[in-house]
Design a protein around this ligand. Structure first.
Ligand code: ZN
Length: 156
């Protein structure tokens, strides 16, 4: 077994163990310099947290462990192809590489339909399921102006 397989086996073990622990069938690990620094499993229903997907939980744990919001130099192994939320979180975290096992179609087949969100993103805003209404830009822009003028900000 090569090291990639070792790490993916761990992510898959997280996904299987999680089912016995009131969670969904998803697991992930984050690796840095050849070592697992964080694990995550789906805790959406267990914690009543719709954002507690395995990858997001693993990212939160890795960032806490490294005491850094920037996870560049890390790789994520996830038992299933990331949904759009997790994919976005992975990009925001600056993770270098993604390995996945099950596909989003496999997930759809057991009732976890992330593929419809991928479809939604591709649609023009007026055609999406959830209405998106822009308002009060002139007031909201103040925060952006304050940010622009702030000398000691932490950019990311
Ligand atoms: Zn997700």
């Amino acid at each position: 077994m090569n090291t990639n397989e070792f790490f993916m086996k761990k992510a898959i073990a997280c996904s299987c163990d999680n089912i016995k622990n009131d969670g969904g069938p998803f697991g992930a690990v984050i690796v840095k310099d050849g070592v697992i620094i964080a694990e995550g499993s789906n805790r959406v229903t267990a914690n009543n947290d719709p954002t507690a997907h395995a990858e997001v939980v693993a990212i939160r744990n890795a960032a806490k462990y490294l005491n850094n919001f920037n996870l560049s130099g890390c790789e994520i192994y996830t038992s299933c192809e990331p949904c759009p939320m997790c994919l976005s979180a992975i990009y925001w975290a600056r993770i270098d590489k993604i390995y996945y096992a099950n596909t989003k179609i496999d997930a759809k087949n057991i009732g976890f339909d992330d593929s419809f969100i991928y479809d939604e993103i591709a649609l023009p805003i007026p055609e999406r399921k959830i209405p998106i209404i822009q308002m009060m830009r002139n007031e909201a822009i103040q925060a952006f102006n304050l940010w622009e003028d702030k000398a000691d900000k932490t950019e990311y």
